[in-house]
Design a protein around this ligand. Structure first.
Ligand SMILES: [Fe+2]
Ligand SMILES: [Fe+2]
Length: 153
């Protein structure tokens, strides 16, 4: 599996996890706040590892090919920051136990992720497949496994 294939599969995992969290938030009662915390922690870890893999392994290769001025890459990086900020916000809201705000923030995260992952699947990953040579993508995939193993979130 090369890096782009790995990242694409991780999108499916992230989608499954946000859906589980979204359903848990919709039916949230006091008794299952712990379940919500657990689902959120799993989603947060998966997203943060995925963003690290993209930022440290994929994007530098794209910059080599396309230069830093590539507007799509700037936009994608801006969205990464927005996603990280939303994760921090949800983390705090869960600690506070503020249900209406948790609901609205998870809703925002869900929408943002849906849009972001689609953009990458349809645009950025196709460009990566076209411009980065297969050997580099395979080597980067091995490095992605190391990032996953060493990330302590
Ligand atoms: Fe991304
Ligand atoms: Fe992604």
């Amino acid at each position: 599996m090369n890096l782009v294939e790995r990242l694409y599969e991780e999108h499916n995992g992230i989608n499954a996890k946000i859906e589980r969290l979204y359903n848990a938030v919709e039916t949230l009662k006091d008794s299952n706040v712990d379940i919500l915390k657990k689902l959120f922690e799993e989603l947060k870890r998966e997203i943060l590892i995925h963003l690290r893999e993209e930022e440290e392994l994929l994007f530098p290769e794209l910059v080599k090919k396309m230069g830093t001025s590539a507007t799509s890459l700037q936009l994608i990086l801006k969205e990464h920051e927005e996603i990280k900020n939303l994760l921090k916000e949800i983390n705090n809201l869960i600690l506070e136990g503020n249900k209406p705000k948790i609901f609205s923030a998870v809703h925002s995260l869900n929408n943002k992720l849906e849009d972001h992952l689609k953009k990458e699947n349809n645009l950025l990953y196709s460009i990566a497949h076209e411009f980065i040579d297969p050997e580099t993508l395979k080597e980067k995939s091995r490095l992605a496994v190391k990032i996953r193993q060493s990330t302590n979130i």
